[in-house]
Design a protein around this ligand. Structure first.
Ligand SMILES: Cc1ncc(COP(=O)(O)O)c(C=O)c1O
Length: 436
């Protein structure tokens, strides 16, 4: 999910008559909680690689979707999915080789201390399960998160998602800390991140709350996309461990090669998380999630409660998961994220020189945050950001925005993004910024 403050399009849609009818039907059938991206919502009917096509045959460059991470409708993934679906689909209560083959392959991508894989259908379920394990194994209840984090849509994870429920929606036994913002205030919050985590632990202690976990999105996606100093992140992790809690790396956004150095964002910080949670790109569009965990943390949890998720880790999901890992490796997508990511970042930084409103360009691999500023006027910066996103959509390139102030362009294309795609992105952004 993006926290990009999507417009309620029914209020002021620029949609065509056909799309307007679709929007009205959507609102009637799905109710008021659904939001569509863009003032002029897109009716997509087909995808291929980095391209999306609408019902009128218009082609859009997808610079936003990390779910279809190895490319929309990748033929190898589709073949694996349909082949297994045509053979057998059951669940993890029967013996099945393919689930174990997948578990082995996935565990092969993380450090050896993470010895068990547990499967879910979404990132929310993965984080929910991780929190249950953390609370069970530590005996604590308190979880530390960043102050505009998003970790999911179940009760437990929504309560750890101030981006969705607001600061007041976070229960009193949890603590929020300032996200490690490397840009504002000369990066003070990033420098102070470990100190702030230590203070949150102290504050819990003062209220007789035992810490269970530090739960961090390795790319701080909702907070505005930050890549803070590794030593500070490790120091923060040390504080939590010394206080009896564990470290959970939420790789739902940052995982599967997006950051261009390896498979996982936590590795860029030299962190050794006790649990890694994953989702979105894990299945190239298929609903899957996973929790990779230190075996000792689940030994008593496992014997006390057991765990069963009807669809999590089903054979079709396993076939898809294996295909995704094969494509990432076979097509050199991590290297591509690194190389094309650096090239794209150079193009975006060149725009910074041409447009005063581009305050900061930050990236790792193919994950970019472009922060727009307006001489300290936060409302104006947010409205510029939203106008740029809309203008790019009209010009055929899909991106979104994030951050507590809604002033960070969020750019996160599928991993097969090529240099000419990067050029189209930068030229379109240049036009959108010029027309502001
Ligand atoms: C960092 C992070 N964690 C967890 C989730 C929840 O994943 P899902 O929507 O698959 O439940 C999201 C979704 O946007 C996310 O961005």
């Amino acid at each position: 999910m993006s926290q990009s403050s999507p417009t309620n399009v029914l209020a002021d849609a620029d949609a065509s008559a056909g799309d307007r009818a679709l929007l009205e039907r959507r609102a009637r059938l799905l109710g008021p909680t659904y939001r569509a991206f863009y003032r002029n919502p897109i009716h997509l009917v087909r995808g291929n690689g980095v391209w999306l096509y609408d019902a009128r045959g218009r082609k859009f460059l997808d610079a936003y979707n990390n779910v279809a991470s190895v490319g929309h409708c990748h033929p190898r993934v589709v073949e694996a999915l349909s082949g297994q679906a045509a053979t057998l689909n059951t669940h993890t209560r029967y013996l099945s080789e393919i689930i174990l083959d997948y578990a082995e392959k996935l565990l092969g991508t993380v450090p050896a201390h993470l010895g068990h894989a547990m499967f879910t259908c979404t990132g929310s379920e993965a984080n929910d399960l991780a929190i249950r394990i953390a609370q069970h194994s530590s005996g604590g209840t308190g979880v530390i998160i960043t102050d505009f984090a998003y970790h999911g849509a179940t009760i437990a994870t929504a309560q750890l998602s101030p981006a969705a429920v607001g600061a007041k929606g976070v229960p009193l036994h949890h603590r929020t800390v300032a996200a490690p913002d490397t840009f504002r205030d000369h990066g003070r919050a990033a420098k102070d991140f470990a100190k702030n985590v230590a203070a949150a632990i102290e504050d819990m202690r003062a209220q007789n709350i035992r810490p269970a976990a530090l739960l961090l999105d390795s790319a701080f996606s909702s907070d505005g996309i930050f890549f803070p100093d590794a030593a500070v992140m490790r120091e923060a992790a040390d504080h939590v461990r010394k206080a009896g809690g564990i470290v959970i790396a939420d790789e739902v956004q940052s995982g599967f090669g997006r950051l261009g150095q390896g498979m996982w964002g936590f590795a860029n910080y030299g962190l050794e998380p006790d649990i890694v949670t994953m989702g979105k790109p894990i299945g190239d569009g298929h609903p899957m999630g996973a929790v990779l965990v230190r075996p000792r943390l689940v030994s008593s949890f496992g014997s006390n409660t057991g765990y069963f998720n009807t669809f999590g880790g089903n054979p079709v999901a396993a076939a898809v998961g294996i295909a995704v890992l094969d494509v990432i490796e076979g097509e050199g997508l991590i290297e591509n994220a690194r190389n094309v990511g650096a090239y794209t970042a150079d193009l975006l930084r060149a725009l910074q020189g041409r447009h005063g409103m581009v305050g900061d360009v930050r990236h790792n691999g193919l994950y970019f945050g472009v922060e727009l500023t307006a001489d300290g006027d936060a409302a104006l910066a947010a409205s510029k950001t939203s106008s740029v996103v809309e203008a790019m959509r009209e010009d055929g390139v899909l991106i979104s925005s994030c951050g507590p102030r809604g002033n960070v362009l969020k750019i996160r294309p599928p991993l097969p993004f090529a240099r000419d795609n990067a050029e189209q992105l930068a030229e379109t952004l240049d036009r959108a910024l010029s027309n502001w």
